[in-house]
Design a protein around this ligand. Structure first.
Ligand code: NAP
Length: 290
């Protein structure tokens, strides 16, 4: 049995779709969901549903019984997720899970003090407890979702230009679905015990390059301005964006400018058996229709 946490979310749902598409019987897949209602579409595909919450150890132990392979998809409740991940790992051990897979974060520096420490810290600690858990493990270090790039660029990017304090920094943005397919491939094949993979595009993208590409495909001059971080934050706050979102956008910009989010040695093409979707394909599909 393969159990997927975060199954009602975008990445987990996509992993399940790839597993089924690639030949795993839906009856061999269990989705952990905290909302029975949100799990209905998965149930309709024949996937087993177990209710459980990362905050509730007993519910996790019960849900993981009979699981050989468990994919822990990192949680999205930033304040609580480190303890939630500890609960998942402890429950997996108690339930007799043989192999745990974890979606972590790709980075250049293994330090909670780096500019991306605000998200990296929980991943570093989760990786450590998984490595010391005694279970077989595989760590999938995902770079940033390319799917979120339009949010970073802002609504009227073609008219207004790019206003983002990343300087010349680069990010190896990668489609969520490519990450999901790689996770499915890893769980369906042998030889991944103790492995730590970088899951990203091979090309690291600067915002200057995004501006150049958008200019070329739209025929309008799209400028890239990298403001001071404080100016950027004030501008977004004054426009009414919640502080938590502003901090996240600014934090990743600082991570990019420090070189924390570049591709490095990526394992993704090898795990997919093809090149991942590149930024031109992604941007053209969105911005050339306008
Ligand atoms: P998502 O759509 O927000 O899905 C998160 C999933 O986690 C949902 O299924 C959610 O359940 C579940 N979850 C959250 N708290 C839980 C809890 N206490 N107990 C049980 N389940 C819980 O996120 P995604 O796009 O699939 O991404 C997966 C993860 O990647 C995120 O959670 C986050 O850690 C990380 N992330 C990465 C990037 C990146 O650029 N690499 C960007 C954003 C997030 P519900 O459906 O019930 O809410």
């Amino acid at each position: 049995m393969i159990t997927i946490t975060g199954a009602t979310g975008q990445l987990g749902n996509s992993v399940i779709n790839f597993l089924i598409q690639k030949g795993v019987s839906s009856s061999e897949i269990t989705a952990l969901a905290r909302s029975v209602e949100k799990a209905e579409p998965l149930k309709a595909k024949g996937v087993n549903i177990k209710t459980g919450n990362y905050d509730d150890l007993a519910s996790l132990v019960e849900a993981f019984k009979g699981t050989d392979k468990l994919l822990l998809i990192s949680g999205n409740e930033m304040e609580k997720r480190e303890q939630q991940h500890i609960n998942v790992v402890n429950a997996a051990k108690e339930a007799g899970v043989k192999h745990i897979f974890y979606t972590s974060l790709q980075r250049k520096t293994d330090s909670a003090d780096s500019p991306i420490g605000f998200v990296l810290s929980a991943h570093l600690n989760t990786e450590k407890i998984i490595q010391e858990s005694g279970m077989s493990y595989t760590i999938l270090r995902n770079n940033l979702y390319m799917d979120m790039l339009p949010w970073v660029l802002g609504q009227n990017v073609v008219e207004a230009g790019i206003f983002y304090p990343a300087k010349d920094g680069e990010v190896a943005y990668t489609m969520r679905d490519d990450m999901a397919e790689a996770a499915a491939n890893v769980m369906m094949s042998d030889g991944h015990e103790g492995k730590e993979y970088n899951i990203s595009n091979g090309h690291s993208l600067s915002f200057g390059e995004v501006a150049q590409h958008l200019s070329a495909v739209t025929g309008k001059e799209v400028k890239y301005i990298s403001p001071d971080v404080a100016v950027y934050k004030d501008t977004l706050m004054n426009a009414g964006m919640p502080e938590v979102a502003v901090d996240m956008l600014a934090g990743f910009a600082m991570g990019a400018s420090a070189g924390e989010l570049v591709a490095g040695d990526t394992d993704l093409p090898g795990l997919l058996g093809r090149e991942p979707v590149n930024y031109k394909t992604f941007l053209d599909a969105i911005y050339t229709q306008k």
